[in-house]
Design a protein around this ligand. Structure first.
Ligand code: NAP
Length: 294
């Protein structure tokens, strides 16, 4: 008699993403394609959890024996209160995007900044000696700025609408003892224009340009950027924002947020499975999921 393979997934085989809303997340397609490509008997779902239910949902990871989850907007900061431990980098960023369930102990990590650095590395971009400008000072900006600081950029300027939030981030960078001191500027100010005029890398970490508001941009005139500047938009809906379109037309190298999305997901595998996820498979699946929605 041939033995049938069980279709039930045992404990430690189920993962997912917790967010609100989360229906349009590309993460399930990305991770499930990677499991299939590697012949893994695992499943990744999307769990829509309103803020009022977050504590119960996190307790459910233990109760149901999930292997781990990703966490997205709006829970990345709030979730930290319900975990047993938070890794130092995630604590410095102030947000968790990956949780692993180690025998009932929930540990939080942040792979956004790590994924961001890997997405630069795969394009052959060296950070040492470059002047970097981060637009925004929210969750994504915190991960990006901290990792740029740790990676040894020559100069770092945070340009944000509310100066106090940028100053808060700059102070956290100083506390984290990153090798570079961050400057702070308000959009359109003399300091901001001076930093942009000598930038080797500009990273948009604001939602300006994101669907459905495609005509917004965090930088009205890209002609201020020097010739060798790399323009990075953390947005991946649409894949080419107005900022990237204008930078490309000016002949600058551009990178969209898909690369960061894919690499942060592949890095989460390091915690769940002890090895990096298959980046090419994940990129193809995430791209297909995003194109299906657009
Ligand atoms: P957040 O914490 O809400 O921060 C948003 C930032 O944008 C703040 O600094 C805010 O300035 C600024 N901002 C918002 N609306 C603005 C406006 N109308 N004009 C000027 N500045 C404005 O959001 P987040 O979690 O950092 O996400 C930001 C972006 O990063 C999103 O587009 C998201 O898609 C992207 N992201 C991408 C990835 C990826 O894997 N590719 C991962 C994470 C995030 P104030 O401080 O003045 O409010």
């Amino acid at each position: 008699m041939t033995q049938r393979r069980s279709t039930s997934l045992g404990p430690g085989r189920i993962l997912g993403i917790i967010g609100h809303p989360v229906a349009h997340s590309a993460s399930p397609a990305m991770h499930n394609a990677a499991f299939a490509a590697q012949g893994m008997h695992a499943m990744y779902g999307a769990f829509d959890v309103p803020p009022s239910q977050l504590e119960k949902a996190i307790a459910g990871i233990r109760t149901l024996g999930l292997l781990g989850v990703n966490v997205t907007i709006p829970h990345k900061e709030a979730v930290m209160a319900y975990l047993d431990d938070v890794a130092p980098t995630a604590r410095q960023v102030g947000a968790v995007n990956t949780i692993i369930n180690r025998g009932g102990r929930l540990i939080g990590y942040n792979t956004d900044g790590w994924g961001f650095l890997l997405s630069l590395e795969e394009r052959g971009i060296r950070l040492a000696g470059r002047s970097a400008v981060v637009l925004g000072a929210g969750g994504a900006a915190r991960a990006v700025a901290l990792h740029l600081g740790m990676a040894g950029v020559a100069r770092l300027t945070i340009i944000n609408r509310s100066r106090s939030r940028a100053e808060f981030l700059a102070a956290d960078l100083a506390r984290a003892r990153t090798p570079v001191r961050a400057d702070v500027a308000e959009p359109g100010s003399g300091e901001a224009l001076a930093a942009l005029a000598e930038a080797g890398l500009v990273v948009n970490c604001t939602p300006l340009g994101m669907d459905p508001d495609r005509e917004s941009t965090p930088l009205e005139d890209v002609s201020i950027l020097p010739g060798g500047c790399v323009v990075y938009d953390t947005i991946y809906r649409p894949l080419e924002t107005r900022l990237l379109r204008e930078a490309r037309r000016r002949g600058l190298m551009t990178i969209n947020g898909l690369a960061m999305l894919v690499h942060q997901g592949a890095c989460a595998w390091e915690y769940w499975f002890g090895r990096r996820g298959p980046v090419d498979v994940m990129r193809t699946a995430a791209m297909a999921a995003l194109e299906e929605q657009s």
